[in-house]
Design a protein around this ligand. Sequence first.
Ligand code: ACO
Length: 428
Amino acid sequence: MAKDSLSITDNRTGASFEVPIENGAVDAMAFRAMKVNDEDFGLMTYDPGFKNTAACKSRVTFIDGDKGILRYRGYGIEDLAENCNFLEVAYLLLRGELPKEDELTDFTEQVTHHTFLHEKTRIFMEGFLATAHPMGMFVATVGALSTFYPDAKQIRDPESRWNSMIRLVAKVPTIAAFSYRHGMGFPFVYPLNELSYAGNFLNMVKKIGVRDYHPHPVLERAIEVLFILHADHEQNCSATAMRGVGSSHSDPFSATAAAAAALYGPLHGGANEAVLRMLREIGTVDRIPEFLEAVKRGERRLMGFGHRVYKAYDPRARVIKKLAHDVFEITGRNPLIEIAIELERIALNEDYFVKRRLYPNVDFYSGLIYEAMGFPTAFFTVLFGIPRTVGWLAQWEEMLTDPDQKIARPRQLYLGHKLREFVPIESR
Ligand code: ACO
C-alpha cells in the first residue's frame, strides 16, 4: 500500500478505497466514487466558509498561521517591508521574482504612465452623492473601468492581461484619492509623474492651497510599508471573490470590483474602520474590562482580533505597531493608542482569547496610523484596497494560467422540500 495515501472504509457498504495524498491534501473528487448504489451521487465534503478546503495550488503567498509567518514568493514580509518600495513588491507578486534595476525602472515607468483616469471616469465619480462612502465609490469606479477598456476581455492573451494589470495598479490610487476628495468637497488633484507611488497618492489626497505639496518622508515611507504589508494574503475572502468571479472569464476590472466589494465587509477589510469605532466607544482605559465582559458573553466582537489563519501574532500587526510609533513622532500621538495597547494587554491574558488563540490582526493598529495621518475612518478600507489590488491580480493571473482551474461552482447539500404539489394562489 502506498504510504502517501488514505485508506477509507465506507461502513455503509463495506467498500474500501485508497485515496492518494498529494501536497498534504486529498482530491475531493475521489469521494465521488463512494456510493451506496449506482443511483447515489457519491459522497461530498461539507465545508461552509472553506475552513479546510484548498481550492487551488498557489505559488504566490505562504502563511504559517501557527508560527505567525507571512512570505510573498518566498521572501519574509519583514524583509520586504524593511528593504523594498511598494512597486518592487508589486512586481515580485505579479512576476514571481524581485525585479532587477532595469526591470523596476521599466515597471515603474509603465505604472506611472497609466495613473491618469479618462475624463469621463472623473465625471462618473462626480455623480455620486457627497455623502457616498468612498469604498462604495471605489468598488463602482473600478468596475466601471471595464467599459473603458473593452480589450481587457481578451483574458487569454498574456499581453492584454499585463496591460490590464498595469492599468489597475496605476489607477487605483487615483480612484481612491478622487473618492476621498469628492467626500471632502475638494477639487480633484491629478497624478504627478515625478513622484513615487506613495508620494503621488499622498499628493492627490492631501494637496490643498499650495503650489507644491511635499509629503513628510516618514509618512510617505509609512504608506509605502502599509501598502507592502497589505499587498497579498493568499486565499482570503476578497482573493477568493477575485478568483471566483475571474473563473467565469469576466474581465479583470469587473473581477477586481467584486474583490473590492468583498474587502468592503467589516469582517474583512472593513475591520480597521470598526476597530476605531470600537476604541472610541470604549472611550477610556477603565471601561475596557466592561467591554471585554460583553465580548466574552458573545454580545460583542473584539474587532481587529482573531483570524481565520493566524493562531499566533499576525506578523503584519507587529510591523504596524512599530510603525505607529514612527508616525506618531511626526503627527503626534493618537490618544486611542493607549486604549488599544491596554486592550491588547488585557485580552492577551484573558482565558477567553488565549483558549481561542485570538491575537491582534493587521487591522488592530493600522486604523490608528491612518487616523493620525488625517484620513477619515470611512477611507481606511480604500487604503487597504489600493495595495491589495496587486494581490488580487497576482491570484487572478495564477488562476487563469492554471490548467487545473475550472469555473468556481460549489456543490450544496439540499435540505429543502421534496417535490410538492403546486397550490393555486387562491388556495394558499
Ligand atoms: N472577538 C471575540 N470572539 C471572537 C473573535 C473576536 N474578534 N474572533 C473569533 N472569536 C471567537 C468566536 O466567537 C468563536 O468562539 P466559539 O468557538 O466560542 O464559538 C471562536 O473565536 C472562533 O471564531 P470564528 O468566528 O469561528 O473564526 P473565523 O475563522 O470564522 O473568523 C474572523 C475569523 C472573521 C477574522 C474573526 O476572528 C472576527 O470576526 N474578527 C473580528 C473582525 C476582524 O478583525 N476582521 C479582520 C480580519 S483580518 C483581515 O481581513 C484583513
